[in-house]
Design a protein around this ligand. Structure first.
Ligand code: SAM
Length: 236
């Protein structure tokens, strides 16, 4: 399967996440053997000390939004363009979470939000899905207050010999089969594998963030480079 072109990508992604909404969280935990929770924990930990509000872009069923609220006690705006994912997550929020996590259905490349209004932003497993990544980054930059910080978690490609081949095998042969069986949508997991394989390198992502104006740009691979945490700051 070919990863769709820029033009088709938005519709494709929206439709794919709608199709797997009710099994998304379960599959996430299963396919990452539960380590996804630790990745999200570390992502938010990197932003500790911010007062909020914090924007969670590509929030999906809100797992990262909940972690942001848990650790920072800030107001969280959770944005995603897939209504089904947001609705599924919103229905499962606890009473206190409901008053502090505010889901918004909108496009990450055209944020319906005021400039300079957030202390921080987070994205987990979202940037790979954006059709126009530089546009998404410049929107995240626009809505951050000067001095505000961003934490971006995304899949990457391990570089360790042997492990990288085993991981590639898992990604292309095992993940689509298990993901397809449980979600009923094998294509979504073929897309996941191919989008990870064809995604920008860590250096390219850092360059893109710098080109948008961010400073203090750094990255930290986690779990042998299966995922990478990117950090950035808007100049004061
Ligand atoms: C893999 S899910 C990640 C969900 C969540 N952040 C997590 O930690 O599991 C990616 C999400 O990005 C959303 N998405 C993709 N492109 C988007 C865009 N242009 N604007 C808003 N949301 C988008 C999808 O609808 C999907 O819910």
């Amino acid at each position: 399967m070919q990863v769709p072109s820029k033009r088709e990508k938005k519709d494709f992604v929206q439709q794919k996440f709608s199709a797997v909404t009710d099994r998304y969280d379960f599959l996430n935990s299963l396919l990452s053997l539960g380590v996804d929770k630790l990745w999200r924990y570390n992502t938010v930990k990197a932003l500790r000390g911010l007062n909020g509000p914090i924007l969670d872009v590509c929030a999906g069923t809100l797992p990262l939004s909940k972690e942001v609220f848990k650790q920072t006690k800030s107001e969280v705006v959770a944005l995603d363009f897939c209504f089904d994912m947001l609705e599924f997550g919103a229905k499962r929020l606890g009473q206190i979470e409901k008053t502090h996590i505010h889901p918004i259905c909108g496009d990450g490349e055209r944020l319906p939000l005021t400039s300079d209004s957030f202390d921080g932003f987070t994205v987990a497993f979202g940037i790979r899905n954006l059709a126009d990544l530089p546009k998404g980054f410049s929107e995240m930059y626009r809505v951050l207050r000067p001095g505000g910080k961003g934490a971006i978690l995304e899949f990457s490609r391990p570089s360790m010999p042997i492990f990288k081949d085993l991981y590639r095998l898992y990604l292309h042969k095992i993940l689509p089969v298990i993901g397809g069986m449980i979600s009923g949508d094998k294509e979504a997991y073929v897309y996941l594998a191919e989008s990870i394989q064809g995604f920008y390198s860590q250096g390219q992502i850092c360059d893109m963030l710098k080109e948008c104006g961010f400073e203090q740009v750094s990255f930290r691979p986690m779990t042998f480079g299966i995922v990478t945490l990117y950090l950035c700051q808007k100049p004061r």
